[in-house]
Write a protein that binds this ligand. Structure first.
Ligand code: PHE
Length: 450
């Protein structure tokens, strides 16, 4: 049972801190690059507005009414004859699977922060060689920084909702926004900015395929932290007077804005010096540092700021990935917070080491299944399968299983939704969100082709 409550602003920043993460600054720009820009962005925005936003409200609602860990909340809110719905609460474990590779990427960011101090790469080849060397050969350095990430995140979660999670978000989120908007202001003075704008907002439909659609749906859940109980667990500590609809709107808006700003910043720098956008996961680790070298000493400063923002974004999300299971272990197994944190951190740390090895030249083969490195399998499984599945369960639970009157009463208390809005939301949670998710999953399984 949750006792601590966030303050209003603490909750907004914590939920936004969860949503705004590596997904926004590292992943969204490279996905946009891979799927050709504008059309992908447009599909993504539509999905965020119609599916992501509605599911966010539903997930917050379960948390705010359940006021417990994810499993207990589902159990409490399910009708007496449907208690097996508590199984849906195990979506909290998705966060730990995500953490296995998420903390590895945070480790890379730490490594970059440290190595940038020695200067920037002078050519893309050099930058690529450095990144490939890190991932392929520097196993120990990666394990060191991965461990550092695990320890920092563990410490914050151990400090609890008020003293750890709320506190750190109150500092890191404003800092992150200051850095990103500062970089944007500078990027707007560059010639590359216009090109970045048209790359991101002029749809090239021929580039859009069903894979892009599936990835956009998957990413919308990932980026909004939906389908794994992070938002639900935070909402269990929602301050009494907070409005779910408003908060969900602010969080969705901030998340989307920051993804777009990050994309504009990165692409402006890239286009300024004629680099290509479609470079996959290496985009911010390879292309960006090289390009920033053109700015001389100022470039090192920009790079440090950028990677610092990335680290902040990563950490505030990571704590929300760990908290649900920690809360679950505390509630259901009566573990102390300290024990729960150590136990769960150790498990994902270990699998994370496997993910690191799966990219290494020496061990890659052993840590791959069917030619796919463990790292990619973990990422694909969560992003494309588990989070959408979690989202589907949330939509069905709120749309069909929970008592209608309870849902309606809560969302209309504090006048937070007027009747028309409520009807639109209810329709989308019952029909639009589940259909989009089902469609996506069937497409993924190869049952339907777009
Ligand atoms: N939303 C985070 C990001 O965009 C990742 C995340 C997913 C965090 C799910 C919590 C839950 O990077």
């Amino acid at each position: 049972m949750k006792v601590q409550r966030f303050s209003k602003i603490g909750f907004i920043l914590a939920a936004a801190g969860s949503a705004v993460g590596l997904g926004n600054i590292w992943k969204f720009p490279y996905m946009t690059g891979e799927y050709g820009g504008g059309a992908f962005v447009l599909v993504y925005l539509i999905i965020i507005a119609f599916v992501g936003f509605s599911v966010m409200i539903a997930e917050m609602l379960i948390g705010a009414l359940g006021r417990s860990d994810t499993v207990t909340s589902f159990e409490k809110l399910a009708p007496p004859n449907k208690k097996y719905w508590k199984l849906a609460g195990f979506m909290g474990f998705n966060g730990i699977i995500i953490m296995t590779f998420y903390s590895v990427v945070i480790g890379w960011i730490f490594y970059y922060l440290y190595s940038l101090l020695r200067g920037l790469p002078t050519s893309t080849d050099q930058a690529k060689a450095a990144f490939d060397n890190l991932v392929g050969n520097e196993v120990l350095a990666q394990i060191f920084f991965h461990t550092l990430a695990v320890v920092i995140v563990g410490y914050i979660v151990y400090r609890g909702i008020k003293g750890g999670i709320e506190r750190i978000n109150l500092i890191l989120m404003p800092a992150l926004m200051l850095i990103l908007f500062g970089l944007l202001a500078y990027a707007m003075t560059l010639d590359g900015f216009k090109e970045a704008l048209s790359f991101m907002f002029e749809p090239k439909w021929e580039k859009l395929n069903s894979e892009a659609f599936v990835r956009a749906v998957g990413h919308s859940f990932f980026t909004l932290s939906l389908g794994m109980g992070a938002i639900m667990t935070y909402a269990a500590s929602l301050p009494k007077e907070a409005s779910i609809t408003k908060t969900a709107f602010i969080v969705t808006f901030m998340d989307t804005l920051i993804a777009l700003v990050a994309g504009l910043v990165i692409f402006s720098f890239l286009f300024q010096f004629g680099a290509k956008p479609g470079q996959g996961p290496g985009l911010v680790f390879i292309s960006l540092p090289t390009i920033l070298n053109n700015f001389g000493t100022l470039g090192i400063f920009f790079a440090l700021l950028f990677f610092l923002a990335l680290a902040f974004a990563g950490i505030t999300s990571a704590i929300s990935l760990v908290e649900p299971v920690v809360q679950y272990l505390i509630d259901r197994f009566h573990m102390t917070r300290t024990k729960a944190v150590i136990f769960i951190s150790f498990i994902y740390w270990l699998v994370g080491v496997g993910a690191i090895l799966s990219y290494s030249n020496a061990w890659g083969k052993i840590f791959s299944i069917g030619g796919k490195p463990l790292f990619d399998i973990l990422e694909y499984t969560t992003d494309s399968i588990l989070l959408p599945l979690g989202g589907l369960l949330i939509a069905i639970f709120v749309g069909y299983v929970m008592q209608k009157s309870q849902v309606k009463a809560h969302l209309q208390t504090f006048n937070e939704m007027n009747p028309t809005m409520y009807r639109i939301w209810y329709f989308s949670i019952r029909y639009i969100a589940p259909l989009a998710l089902l469609f996506m999953m069937l497409n993924l399984l190869g049952v339907i082709e777009l």
